[in-house]
Structures are given as structure tokens and as C-alpha cells.
Design a protein. Structure first.
Length: 271
């Protein structure tokens, strides 16, 4: 049984946004008997390993939380929520298991949407281990910007996860389809709430810089106005050069080449 404790983190000593306040208020509304713990520099050791320390020094808070969420849940048990997750229903029905998580899309699981586990869960320990042997800043000085869902999906695939947007029961984890925790699409910005929806991830995109956030919001606007296909193409034309430069900087020639292939596939439908 997962304990009734909600963990979240707030590093950097910034002020809470109005959206963040609204999200936390929803936790209190739908989980009135849960303990809610805020972790920050005062009660969490940001020098636990090089990955966390370097991400903190770079003020890349989303990447600090990539390790933090597993460390805290492994050692204490409970539920982790990103601060841009708004609850629409109580979480009580999710607790009668060893671990639960949610699909972001048909390709990725995303634990930042909200996940829960008992103390000492082996899958959570495995997720922690990914970061404990890596640096956030590479030898060439570039940051390792591999996102949490990519890492989390790789780990759970080893335990039977299938790349499909469906209810899945792994040996030690229940995985819910995206309509439960992620009714807002990161690709289109559209929200489709169903009777199964428990929460909404509003995508504050804290792992992106301000220009990248504006580019993503512009892409959503184009898709809403011109449809998914043409909106995507127009978005690539407008933001592609900047994204390509960022890929070359963070992932080198190989990363840039793979991104060009992705652009070609998205525009022309070819590999």
C-alpha cells in the first residue's frame, strides 16, 4: 500500500507562480488527509551525486528533480507530483499497489505526470542508479539534456512495458494510459478530458529556456490554426534552425544528423 504522502520539490528559491499555487491547492482539495512535503535546499542534499550537483549549479531544476523524485520515493514511499500537475479527482484508488505510473503518449511513460510507490521499490532503485553513474555536464562541457521520459521508458521496458497507450500491469507496477494523467498533449497543446482523467499536466516546460518555450507555444498555436500536419510543418520551418543548432551543441554531429532525419520524416513522410 502506497502511503498517503505527496512529495514535490522547489529548488532555486523562486516565487510560486499563480499556476503552481492553483495546482497545489488542488492537491489539498482532493487529498485532504495526505501529508504534503516540499523539498528544497534546506531539507535535501543537492550534493548527493555529481549529476544532481552539476544540474543544480547550472540552475536546470527539472534535471535536479529527475533524480530527486526517485531518491525521495525510494527512501520514504508516497506520491511524487510535478508542481504543474493539477488534480481533478482524489488519488485514493491508485494506492493499493506497489507502484503506479502513467503513459505520456504511446511511446513514453512519464513519471513527472505523477507516480507513486512503496518505500524501497526495486524499479525506483533502478531509476536512481541511472543518474548515480553519470555526470550532467559532459567532458566537452555540454549538458546532458536527455529527458526524464526517455530514461524512465528505457528502464520500464526491461520490466515488460509495451510502447502503447494502454492500461498495463507489469510485475511490480501498474501503468495507466495517457487519458488518466496526461489529457493535455505536449505535441499539440490540446486537452481532452474523459471520465477516467485524474489529473492534468500543464507543461510549464521548466527544462526549456524561454526561447524554447516560446517556440513550443508557437507550434501549438500553428497546429490549432492550421491542423496537426501543416501546423507541424510550419512549426519546423520557424523553429527548426534554432533546434538544429541546439542539437549540434548538446549532442554533437550525430545528434544534429538524427534531428535532420526527423525533420525530413515529419515533412516528407520518409525515413
Amino acid at each position: 500500500m502506497i502511503p498517503k504522502v505527496i512529495h514535490y520539490c522547489w529548488f532555486g528559491n523562486g516565487e510560486y507562480s499563480e499556476k503552481m499555487e492553483k495546482c497545489i491547492s488542488s492537491w489539498k482539495k482532493y487529498c485532504p488527509d495526505y501529508e504534503i512535503i516540499c523539498w528544497n535546499e534546506e531539507n535535501y542534499d543537492i550534493h548527493k551525486n555529481k549529476y544532481v550537483e552539476q544540474a543544480y549549479e547550472k540552475k536546470m531544476w527539472a534535471f535536479v528533480s529527475d533524480y530527486f523524485r526517485f531518491d525521495v520515493i525510494y527512501n520514504y514511499g508516497g506520491i511524487y507530483l510535478d508542481t504543474d500537475v493539477e488534480l481533478l479527482k482524489p488519488l485514493d484508488k491508485l494506492l493499493d499497489c506497489e507502484m503506479y505510473a502513467g503513459m505520456e503518449s504511446k511511446d513514453y511513460v512519464a513519471l513527472g505526470l505523477g507516480f507513486g510507490a512503496v518505500k524501497g521499490h526495486p524499479y525506483v532503485k533502478e531509476l536512481m542508479g541511472y543518474f548515480e553513474v553519470r555526470d550532467f555536464v559532459r567532458d566537452n562541457g555540454q549538458m546532458d539534456l536527455k529527458t526524464g521520459p526517455m530514461i524512465q521508458t528505457e528502464v520500464l521496458l526491461r520490466h515488460g512495458l509495451k510502447k502503447e497507450d494502454s492500461f498495463q500491469r507489469l510485475e511490480k507496477c501498474i501503468v495507466y494510459p495517457s487519458e488518466v494523467f496526461n489529457p493535455k498533449s505536449f505535441q499539440t497543446g490540446e486537452t481532452h478530458i474523459t471520465n477516467k482523467t485524474i489529473s492534468i499536466h500543464h507543461y510549464d516546460m521548466s527544462w526549456l529556456n524561454e526561447r524554447q518555450k516560446r517556440n513550443k507555444e508557437r507550434e501549438w498555436e500553428l497546429k490549432k490554426k492550421y491542423g496537426s500536419k501543416w501546423g507541424k510543418i510550419l512549426g519546423i520551418i520557424q523553429t527548426g534552425p534554432y533546434k538544429l543548432i541546439m542539437k549540434f551543441r548538446s549532442e554533437g554531429i550525430k545528434g544534429g544528423y538524427l534531428y535532420l532525419k526527423t525533420i525530413g520524416k515529419n515533412i516528407f513522410g520518409k525515413k
